[in-house]
Design a protein. Sequence first.
Length: 535
Amino acid sequence: MTLPGNPFELLSQGKPITKPLLVGGTFATAWVTLPSMFFLAALGLAGLGALRREWPLVAIALSVAPVPGSFAIVAALVQLARRRWLEVTLDGFVLTKRDGSRQKYQEEQIVAIAQQSIPMSSGGFKRRVILELQQGERQERLECFYALDPGTADPLYALLQRVQRTLMQRLQAGLPHGERLTGDGWYYDRQGLHIQRGPALGVYPVEQLTYLAWFDEQIKIYRQQEWQPFFTIAQGSRNAEVLGQLLWSQIGARPTVNDPIASHPLGRWMYTFKNRDTLIGLVLLGFLLPFLFLFAFLASEAVPGPFVLLALLLLFANGFSLWLVWRGWQLKLDYHQFGLCQPNLKKMLRFEQIQAMTWKFNHAQLRFESIRLPVSQEIHYVAAFTHFHPDLLTIRNFIASVIAERWWQQLSERQSVRWTKKLVFHYDELEYVPMSLFGPEEPERVAYPLTSYYLFTDHLDLFVQGKPKAVLQQSTNARNFYPGWMVLNWIYAAIQPQADPSLAVAASPFTSRPQPSTTTRDQRIQTSRDHPPGS
């Protein structure tokens, strides 16, 4: 009898498993949209002039409009000629060009990879991926640009992960035979890491390398007992991620990877919280200080009049600028391997010393409270002007996980833990304070399987089964919101396998903490964006 065909055999022959993704020739690029906007603005100005019968304005606008219009048309035609679509297969990908021609590529043909993610204000990302392909005796370079909306998975993720794994396996198998992995200013072979530029020029066996950190869109490489990286690689450069994974597979497995450094109790420096207070203060000083001297001179030499008032106002503005410079320097916050420190205030906290965190990044306020140290030694970071970076989410979630681990242990010992003023974790129930038109009511308790939440950017809505609307709204700016949010996710992951809520009511999830990397999203957990709130 003939056996039915295996569908995966057909897929492995190059059949696409994803929808076509536009990776080149998009019109949503600055050199198409900006001249188009100027062209439309000129036409709008001409139309407005025609309505008002201001013919000189119409003539000027129409004479200017062809310049950006022509540039926009040329840019659009160039992008149109560059349009191409990529479809992922089980063993590579298929590239379709604008003329309809299709070219199949195997994973084995990819000899180098580079990828970069650029956050957008909408919450999504712009992606740039470069694949270097071996086509017989020549190499081909394929550059891909595409955008991901908030909450959208990257359709190339599985392909890129497979390619990185293939490159690592190929290198490890070929190291004894002279195989090497090359990047921008470096290469790796059986002798170790060869650095070809900068002050770190030389060869470094992997035994000398002791730590890696991924921050500031760089891979920071440390050696021996040094607390600062001796070499950094741009994370979006050629084969950087492959090298990082390869080195960490060896360094991360060592029992000494987290050994303390004698001269630096907080371990290796990895990131500095950057605010723009100092920079903006210096710019304001450079602009305002000359005017202060000018008006002070005029007020002393000429008739004082308004010049005195202007000089006083400028004196105040320059004082504010100096204060911004001082505060930006004073509140500098460094993130290390084992804790946080404000070196200019001589304050430092190890992660295990932090008992509470308040993260109001939308308002540029961070506070870390200590278990035993006095209030004067707690870390408080404030910035008038700051900017968001995805690394901050990594830092926030790690510090929150340290507190959450401690809470989980307390709950497993049947100790109740206060989450916020309105929420308390118990061994088998969540306690909340319902809100009404007349203010807070008496606290109520409900079994964890009967709860769910919806997470917005600035608050969490808590729902209870059987009640038509949210019973509680909790701000994400609250003290210890993020550790509790993490514990709640762990609870949901622990009780998720229990399909019948009636059986789960009497059961407690605190038998063991699930690994976050292996947990799947629960149906009760919904967010307004794919990334966590406060970003």
